[in-house]
Design a protein around this ligand. Structure first.
Ligand code: CP
Ligand code: NVA
Length: 327
């Protein structure tokens, strides 16, 4: 397997074998990190980390992983560069390609990261767009594999806004790996028909499946993984909160949902999560709508079934694998 020089823009571009290769590499790098065995084979190279949206996990994961690999980093924050405002993506790609061996990009439309990759002569890694979050997928698959010892046949139900980056990406990831994906939400929030059709085709070849349901009981019965994400994503207008809370509250992950899934089921969330009132937005919504939690209850978030912090740590090991494999 040789992924040198490849971009990492979405899982749709990768075969199941290539994804397994990245997961195995992430597991190996994780094991070495735990044992204190250094893997700094990329010394002397540099990567640019462009963030047009804010981040905690993705930025820290890229920076720590790069440091461990011996790579130098430059962080470009949402306000601190010329990108898009004074300089086109195509020009930025060609400028950065002359100084760096790799470029991470977090931003808005998927077409922007695809354009960056088109004009860049070095690998480009998608650190989240509106449509996809592929490095999150590697961390999630790694976490699920660590839990159940396999991916094939695992049943994952995604609740909430399934038509955005996380719902889309999980549907693709499950289809690729022969897993059973269910989007459990009100029909308005189902992933786009075209992507659903594409994933059903992939799933038909891998032994997986794609199901869309509005039934929160049937959709979560005896599944292995319950997954959710924020109801309003970065870049969306503030005035959608009221509608989202009203429409998605029936799909909140509660202790009852976890009980329906069964004792062996785990809870996952890409984070950050609104599971209490200890954030500015959480407190504001609490006051406006008289709620104390949103997409997941604090009880589930803090329960022994929750794997959210293992998942967050795995962002670093899997992002390290992406850089190590493609550079
Ligand atoms: N899960 C995730 O991408 O988190 P950040 O927004 O903090 O990077
Ligand atoms: N759907 C979320 C994911 C954050 C990691 C967002 O785009 O804000």
């Amino acid at each position: 397997m040789n992924l040198k020089g490849r971009d990492f823009l979405k899982l749709l571009d990768f075969t199941p074998e290539e994804i397994v290769y990245l997961l195995d590499l992430a597991a190996e790098l994780k094991d070495k990190k735990k044992k204190g065995i250094p893997v700094d084979t990329l010394r002397g190279k540099n990567v640019a980390l462009i963030f047009e949206k804010t981040s905690t996990r993705t930025r820290c994961a890229f920076e720590v992983a790069a440091h461990d690999l011996g790579l130098g980093t430059t962080y470009l924050d949402p306000a601190g560069s010329q990108i898009g405002k004074k300089e086109s993506i195509a020009d930025t790609a060609r400028v950065l390609s002359g100084m760096y061996e790799g470029i991470e990009y977090r931003g808005f439309g998927q077409e922007i990261v695809e354009e960056l990759a088109k004009y860049s002569s070095v690998p480009v890694w998608n650190g989240l767009t509106n449509e996809f979050h592929p490095t999150q997928m590697l961390a999630d698959l790694l976490t699920i594999r660590e839990q159940f010892g396999r991916l094939k046949g695992i049943k994952l139900t995604y609740m909430g806004d399934a038509r955005y980056n996380m719902g889309n990406s999980l549907m693709v990831a499950c289809a690729k790996m022969g897993m059973h994906f269910t989007a459990c939400t009100t029909a308005k929030y189902f992933p786009a028909e075209e992507l659903v059709a594409q994933c059903k085709e992939i799933a038909a070849q891998t032994g997986g499946s794609v199901t869309l349901t509005e039934d929160a009981v049937a959709g979560t019965k005896d599944v292995d993984v319950i997954y959710t994400d924020v109801w309003v994503s970065m870049g969306e207008p503030d005035d959608v909160w009221e509608e989202r809370i009203r429409e998605l509250s029936p799909y909140q992950v509660t202790a009852q949902i976890m009980k329906n899934a069964g004792e062996k089921a785990i809870f996952m969330h890409c984070l950050p999560a609104f599971h209490d009132l200890k954030t500015k937005i959480g407190a504001e919504m609490g006051e406006r709508f008289g709620i104390k939690e949103m997409e997941v209850t604090d009880e589930v978030f803090e329960s022994p079934q929750s794997r959210v912090f293992e998942e967050a740590e795995n962002r670093m090991h899997s992002i390290k694998a992406v850089m190590a494999a493609t550079l």
